[in-house]
Design a protein around this ligand. Structure first.
Ligand code: UDP
Length: 329
């Protein structure tokens, strides 16, 4: 039996592939390589194509004995989603519809889904729990919530069981040194700070210092990408054991401000990282911190790489060794 990983050439997907390989799973990766990197796929069988192409999915499901899908393939830039909602509805929502229809047609009834804290929008409570209100403040989060709901109704109608994993801020790189974060354009705080440390950017911009937090900058919950990857493996186990559909937050439960992240990056790298305060970025809640109690209890998830120094340290090792990422853009 093989696990199909859609978007397995992307940042989090490639780390999930690595975790599955370490477990000795058979893996099939489907990725259109629009954002993913061929060299990020450390093993398994790679099919290059798009989920919206029915013939492509028929080939993938027809040629392999797939019993579970982990679904990462999506666009994930908040800013872009606000400017081009159609792209997000088409690729994320319609792409997921195509995938679910083909899964159902081929009798595949298990899916682990890459969701996001952006489904909550402005939080009601900190830490955020899975039953809190979901009211996304951007198109990206809205499409991810729509995808979750689609899975719910495919479960009701067809018994397709899902585990939706709502990530907080993924960061870091695999300990093996061969895979890490490489987005074009890069928009995330940790890689941008490290690019500034390498001198590839003149400074890091701090988006707003007038938030209602201690130092005025936004607080986020940073979680190591390999800890996220482990949760996907546990979620596949849950579904294979007959577990019911479920939604889980994935974070460390500790918040760090933008200024704290920059300070820790200065310590880890030993480099001077100039920071310049700029205007707030639209749609950023002041504080996002997860309660992951449910994932710990029900999945047995135990994130072990939870010190921010170590998360940033692993990303720094990747950026130093691969200053141009995978070098394919
Ligand atoms: N951020 C920043 N400067 C940057 C990029 C991000 O100050 O160049 C802030 C951003 O406003 C947010 C935090 O860093 O408060 C994390 O942003 P990121 O884009 O990494 O993740 P998000 O929270 O959007 O998922």
């Amino acid at each position: 039996m093989a696990v199909l990983v859609t978007g397995g050439a992307g940042y989090i997907g490639s780390h999930a592939v690595a975790a599955l390989l370490e477990r000795g799973e058979d893996i099939v990766v489907a990725d259109n390589l629009q954002q993913g990197h061929r060299n990020a796929v450390l093993g398994g069988k790679l099919y290059v194509g798009d989920l919206r192409d029915g013939d492509f999915l028929d080939t993938v499901f027809g040629e392999n004995d797939i019993d579970a899908v982990i679904h990462f393939a999506a666009n994930s830039l908040v800013g872009e989603s606000m400017k081009d909602p159609a792209k997000y509805y088409h690729n994320n929502v319609y792409g997921t519809l195509c995938l679910l229809e083909k899964m159902n047609a081929h009798g595949v009834k298990r899916i682990v889904f890459s969701s996001t804290a952006a489904t909550y929008g402005e939080p009601e409570n900190i830490p955020i729990r899975e039953d809190d209100r979901t009211l996304p403040t951007n198109t990206y989060g809205e499409t991810k919530l729509a995808m979750e709901k689609m899975m719910k109704w495919f479960d009701v109608a067809h018994g397709v069981k899902y585990v939706s994993l709502r990530y907080f801020n993924a960061a870091g790189a695999h300990a093996g040194g061969r895979i890490g974060e490489d987005h074009h354009p890069e928009t995330h705080l940790v890689p941008l700070v490290l690019q500034a440390a390498l001198g590839q950017r003149p400074h890091i911009a701090v988006f707003g210092e007038d938030y209602p937090t201690e130092d005025g900058t936004c607080i986020r919950d940073y979680i190591h990408v390999s800890d996220l990857a482990d949760a996907h493996v546990l979620a596949v186990d849950r579904l294979r054991q007959g577990g019911d559909s479920a939604v889980y937050n994935l974070g460390n439960g500790t918040g760090f401000s933008v200024k704290q992240v920059i300070d820790i990056a200065r310590q880890v790298t030993g480099r001077d990282i100039p920071a310049v305060v700029e205007a707030r970025r639209a749609g950023d809640p002041a504080v996002l911190v997860a309660s992951s109690e449910r994932a710990r209890q029900e999945l047995g998830w135990n994130p072990t790489r939870n010190k921010l120094e170590d998360i940033i340290g692993s990303a720094w090792a990747w950026h130093q060794a691969n200053p141009n990422g995978y070098g394919d853009r």
